[in-house]
Design a protein around this ligand. Sequence first.
Ligand code: IPD
Ligand code: CA
Ligand code: CA
Length: 279
Amino acid sequence: MPASALMNVMIGAARKAGRSLARDFGEVEHLQVSLKGPANFVSAADTRAEEIIFAELSKARPGYGFLMEERGEVTGADTTHRWIVDPLDGTTNFLHGIPIFCISIALERDGELVAGLIYNPVSNDTYVAEKGKGAYLNDRRIRVAARSELAASVIGTGIPHSGRPGHDGFLKELRAVMSVSAGIRRTGSAALDLAWTAAGRLDGYWENALNAWDIAAGIVLMKEAGGYVTDTDGKDTMLKTGGIVAGNETIHLKLLKLLKAANATPPSAAASPKPAKAG
Ligand code: IPD
Ligand code: CA
Ligand code: CA
């Protein structure tokens, strides 16, 4: 894709923040062995990356608003434009020295997502898409996979962990998808899950309880890669509901049906074991 002025701005901000994240990632491994652990360090790395992105985008497009994970909502003088940014998606991976994390930047114009960028500074993979211009990975056009059978499909997801809701519901969904698909993957980065689905590495992806900054850029990538992406009710309200289902037209529909049916069934004994009766 001939890089537009807008995309050059987004790439410039992501690469600069990416250099900071990559440097900090190099330190994390040393910190793994310290007693205190790297948690505080990682949160500082996250904040540093966000500061860089905020400064770069504000300089290039003064007045645009922001929705950022750390900073929250920043209303700009230009209320028609809003950046939606996750400066570090895949924090748990970063903290554990696993090189699967990224920066995610999207631009909303008049309430519609018009551009998305996802950048992994370790692999140096840059995924970009602009409305109507297709989706690209490092200048190569990408498209969603063509598989139509779940039995041959690898499906990505996110697993709720401690402090997150929806454990029983997720187990029902997992049971339904794992029993009919070729494999499930959990990368630890919702943004990369969407980028990988747009690039055809994953055939489909679903997750619940996400935030707008996890998925905004990935939604643009999916649509521009010829894919389908909705919330779990098949609606275009993912940024609000936080549920997301993605794939090519067929896999997306099959996943939607499967998840709906799974959620209509009572939890299985395996999903939520009952305590044994005393006596
Ligand atoms: C998380 C990642 C993860 C998803 C979580 C998100 P963070 O974002 O995208 O894959 O399962 O729900 O919160 O915390 O690493 O920015
Ligand atoms: Ca995130
Ligand atoms: Ca984050």
